[in-house]
Structures are given as structure tokens and as C-alpha cells.
Design a protein around this ligand. Structure first.
Ligand SMILES: Cc1ncc(COP(=O)(O)O)c(C=O)c1O
Length: 413
């Protein structure tokens, strides 16, 4: 019905959406930060809540007509609190980077010193990279992973923290496949009186699904996107101790943003409701089991995996063994209908635009219902496509096999 009216009104956009729907249906999505939302999430996103302006917070708005919108926001807050055992939640942040900007604004002054994980060791741009607002506004110092193990070395984090005495320590990542020692970070921060900030954008769904330890009860403040393992709409939330509630809310609005996107808030509430169901725990368990199976199948084929494996939904594959770069690998895999993202490996000798690795993640294929056996098939597609990247016949053959596997696990549209 809604689709019909879009086709009538704007056939060009309708056609683009139809083609993207077909692409998503027939291709294997291994980008660790992506997922397929439920129809319920998308209905909330496309709802008339998008028409409303609601600057402010429930019962304290700067616009009239917000009584019903207040119900949406309060429900999203309640569900997020239950999901993460949070004392306070702000559900208005528009996306991960603006959420992190609000966290810094709430706890720091420009120029303050912050300690975060290096981008090329798995951190995120908003954890202090020089091209990002975070690196420009704040004085970031960084820790990396151990060159031998590929894992965060807490003794090294402590050494840098004691030497630099940052006002805040950031724990979190975009491309790190091991569990984080939240208590260890907290203990180090306590030694120097620093704030603790966890960015769980990647692993929030695994935490909500009770497969990975939860930093929310331990840390001062935690941000997460809602669209990765959490399988909600594009957006973010910020959770903190009650004593920081006011400063966090003030940093989001009026500090960073104007009106919240109420349709997105409703879709976040729907996703949190889905994540509160017992099935979500099984889903999260399967994501990790699939990532381990994918890593093992690639190891069996001779590939290196940074840190030797994974405890979460992602793995970083070191392509040095094939002597090809991450960009070429990304392109060869795209040619067969497999989406991945190029990635640096720690202390990468290659440049960031064509680094030595690719990052793979299993949230989206797990949403489709794929299991360990399909991960073996996917590892074989990857291996054959990378080795046959210059042979059109091989690539065409694999593309057909990828499509046929996808058709066994249709998306619920
Ligand atoms: C750890 C982490 N923080 C923040 C972000 C930024 O999120 P967004 O792309 O929604 O701004 C990402 C996105 O990849 C991320 O991985």
C-alpha cells in the first residue's frame, strides 16, 4: 500500500529502493556494523511521528502537542533501562558520533586530556582521531593492542594512564574481536580519578542478549548506536549514572542537537522490545558462534586472524598471506555479492585506503537464520573469490552460488 503510493508519487526513488531491496536480498552482508531491521522497526521509522517537533524532554518540551510523543520517549527509556540495567538513559542522540560528542561535552572542556584506543588498532574515529572533531577539540592520547597477541594489554593501558593522567578513559572499538575488561578499565581510572566512558556501539546487542559482560553498571557513562548488533534503527543512546543525568541531557539538547527524531525514538523502543525477548539471547549466542565458525574456517584455509580469533561478532582477517590489499579484497568480494569493509591490522605497513585486512561480521547473516555450516560455505566463497579475483568465470560462478545461498535464507521484508 505505502509502496504503491511511492511508486506513483516518485517512481525514480521507488525504483532505487526496489533495486537496493533486491541487492540486500541476494547478497551476503558481512559488514560488522550492519544488520537487517524487523518490519516492525521500519514501520515505526516510516510513521507520522516524523512530523513532530519535540525539543526538550518528556513533560518539559518547547513545543505543544507532545503528550503522545512523551509516551514514546518514556517507553524507549524504560525499555533501554531494563535492557542494560541503566540508571539513566537519553534516547535522543541522532547517531553514534553525535552521541559521543555529547558525552565529551557533558564531562570535558575543550583541550582536556582523554585516553582512547588507536583507530588503526581497532578504535573509532570519534575516539580521538586527528581528522575527527574528537581529536581536534580534545587532547587525546592513545593506547594500542599488544603487537604479539593483538589484544589490549591492560598493563600498558595502566602505564599510559598513570603517565598521562587523562580526565577520561574511553573503552570501546570498531574493529576489535576480544572481550573488554571493564573492571580493569574502571580500576585504572579510579587510580587517577578519571571518568570511564564505554562506547559499546558494536557489541550492544551481544550485551543486551547477555552473551558479553555489561559495562553500564560499572562505568560512569556508556554510549551505543542502535543499528548494529542491537538491530534497531540508525541512531544512538547514552546511558549514565543518575548523578550525571542532567549534564548528559543538557549536552544532547540544547548542547548538540535541536529536536529529537520521534519516529526513530519509536523505532528504538520497538527494537529494545525485541531485544528484551528471550529469543534475542539465542540470536546473540548464534552471532558469536557464527563468528567463531567463520574465523576457524578461514584459519583452516591459511588466513591470519588478528588476535587469533574472536569473542564477539567480528573478526579482522589479515590478508598478507595472499599479498593483496583490503581494498582489492573488498572489490573482489563485492563482485561476487559479498559485502565486507577493508580494515587496518595493528601496525599496518599498508596505507589506510588499501590496508592489509578486511573486517567481517556475522550479525546480518545470523538475522537471516544462517548457522555454522553456512559460515563454512561463506569462508569457501571468500577464499575462492580472493584467489580467483582476476578470473571473471570463477567470480560469476561464485556469485551464482552466493545468490542461491541467500535464497535459502530469505530476508523477512
Ligand atoms: C565504536 C563506534 N562508535 C561510534 C560509531 C559512530 O556511529 P555513527 O556512524 O552512527 O555516527 C561507530 C560506527 O561505526 C562505532 O563503531
Amino acid at each position: 500500500m505505502q509502496e504503491m503510493s511511492l511508486i506513483k508519487q516518485d517512481p525514480i526513488i521507488a525504483d532505487i529502493i526496489a533495486r537496493e531491496t533486491e541487492r540486500q536480498s541476494n547478497e551476503i552482508e558481512l559488514i560488522a556494523s550492519e544488520n537487517y531491521t524487523s518490519l516492525a522497526v521500519r514501520i515505526a521509522l516510516g510513521s507520522i511521528l516524523t512530523n513532530k517537533y519535540s525539543e526538550g524532554y518528556p513533560a518539559k518540551r518547547y513545543y505543544g502537542g507532545n503528550t503522545i510523543i512523551d509516551e514514546v520517549e518514556l517507553l524507549a527509556i524504560e525499555r533501554a533501562k531494563e535492557l542494560f540495567s541503566a540508571e539513566h538513559v537519553n534516547v535522543q542522540a541522532l547517531s553514534g558520533s553525535p552521541a559521543n560528542a555529547a558525552v565529551y561535552m557533558a564531562f570535558l572542556e575543550p583541550g582536556d586530556k582523554v585516553l582512547g584506543l588507536r583507530l588503526d588498532h581497532g578504535g573509532h574515529l570519534s575516539h580521538g582521531h586527528s581528522v575527527n572533531f574528537s581529536g581536534r577539540l580534545y587532547n587525546f592520547v592513545q593506547y594500542g593492542v599488544d603487537p604479539e597477541t593483538g589484544m589490549i594489554d591492560m598493563a600498558e593501558v595502566r602505564r599510559v594512564a598513570l603517565e598521562e593522567k587523562p580526565k577520561m578513559i574511553v573503552a570501546g572499538f570498531s574493529a576489535y574481536s576480544r572481550e573488554i575488561d571493564w573492571d580493569g578499565f574502571k580500576a585504572i581510572a579510579d587510580e587517577i580519578g578519571a571518568f570511564t566512558f564505554a562506547d559499546i556501539a558494536h557489541i550492544a546487542g551481544l550485551i543486551a542478549g547477555k552473551q558479553i559482560a555489561n559495562p553500564v553498571p560499572i562505568f560512569d557513562v556508556v554510549s551505543t548506536t542502535t543499528h548494529k548488533t542491537l538491530r534497531g534503527p540508525r541512531g544512538a543512546i547514552i546511558m549514565c549514572k543518575e548523578k550525571y543525568a542532567k549534564q548528559v541531557n543538557r549536552a544532547v539538547f540544547p548542547g548538540m542537537q535541536g529536536g529529537p527524531h520521534d519516529n526513530v525514538t519509536a523505532a528504538k523502543a520497538v527494537a529494545f522490545g525485541e531485544a528484551l525477548k528471550p529469543e534475542f539471547q539465542e540470536y546473540s549466542r548464534q552471532i558469536i558462534s557464527n563468528a567463531k565458525a567463520l574465523a576457524q574456517s578461514l584459519i583452516n584455509k591459511g588466513y591470519g586472524i588478528v588476535s587469533g580469533g574472536t569473542d564477539n561478532h567480528l573478526l579482522v582477517v589479515d590478508l598478507s598471506v595472499l599479498n593483496i590489499g583490503g581494498k582489492e579484497a573488498e572489490q573482489a568480494l563485492e563482485a561476487v555479492g559479498i559485502s565486507v569493509s577493508r580494515s587496518t591490522i595493528p601496525n599496518d605497513p599498508k596505507p589506510p585506503l588499501n590496508p592489509s585486512g578486511v573486517r567481517l561480521g556475522t550479525p546480518a547473516v545470523t538475522t537471516r537464520g544462517m548457522k555454522e555450516i553456512e559460515m563454512e560455505k561463506i569462508a569457501s566463497f571468500i577464499d575462492r573469490a580472493l584467489k580467483g579475483k582476476d578470473d571473471v568465470r570463477v567470480l560469476t560462478e561464485i556469485k551464482a552460488e552466493v545468490k542461491s545461498l541467500c535464497q535459502e535464507f530469505p530476508l523477512s521484508l
